[in-house]
Design a protein around this ligand. Structure first.
Ligand SMILES: [Zn+2]
Length: 209
């Protein structure tokens, strides 16, 4: 897997991409790219929901607050687990656990008092006051991303990739709702190759017997 700065973004929403920063979850080769606060910031910038300027300010601030950065990373990992479980449940038509919704609500409630609307280009954008001043800024934005998916009803298009040991989450934005894989060139292709070999072996075994 690449470094988090080049990690694949296949989720279609920041909160789903965040859940996907664990690869091959719950398998022997599970890989978690999020070890330090700066991993969270570099990835958030790569995922496009914090700006280069915000990333600079947060990293500068982090350098003077080692305790705060450690705590924020722990909170980020907890939030990520909650987001992952909640959307896996919804993707399988199960009810989300109250604790997972509560974890998202806690991050949302912390950011909300600082939320503001600002002019942006020809329109307006949603932002948080004092961006770059609070280490938890990425968490607020990720909680907001999860909240938007839930409130907009788009959660009904969240799927869990059935690729071998994959389990990544993605938003199916196809008109017919027929996106099957997190990435058809990756998981989809591997599934086709596996199916091909299975057919081949079955045919070879039948010929040999
Ligand atoms: Zn996949």
């Amino acid at each position: 897997m690449p470094a988090l700065e080049q990690w694949p973004l296949r989720g279609g929403a920041p909160c789903l991409d965040f859940a996907n920063t664990v690869a091959w979850r719950a398998t022997e080769r599970e890989l978690d790219g999020m070890h330090h606060y700066h991993d969270l910031i570099h990835w958030s910038r790569h995922a496009g929901f914090i700006s280069p300027a915000e990333s600079e300010r947060l990293l500068q601030r982090a350098a003077f607050d080692p305790t705060g950065t450690r705590e924020t990373l722990v909170r980020a990992v907890t939030l990520r687990a909650a987001i992952h479980r909640l959307f896996v449940a919804l993707a399988h038509d199960d009810l989300p656990a109250a604790d997972d919704l509560a974890a998202i609500n806690a991050a949302l409630a912390e950011g909300m008092p600082r939320a503001k609307i600002t002019p942006s280009g020809a329109g307006f954008a949603y932002a948080f006051a004092d961006e770059g001043e609070h280490l938890a800024l990425p968490l607020w934005k990720l909680a907001d991303s999860a909240a938007s998916l839930l409130v907009s009803g788009e959660w009904q298009r969240v799927r869990e990739c059935p690729g071998h040991e994959c389990g990544w989450l993605f938003l199916d934005r196809t008109r017919n709702g027929n996106r099957r894989w997190c990435d058809s060139a990756d998981c989809g292709n591997r599934a086709r190759v596996r199916a091909h070999y299975q057919r081949h072996h079955t045919a070879a075994a039948a010929t040999a017997s």
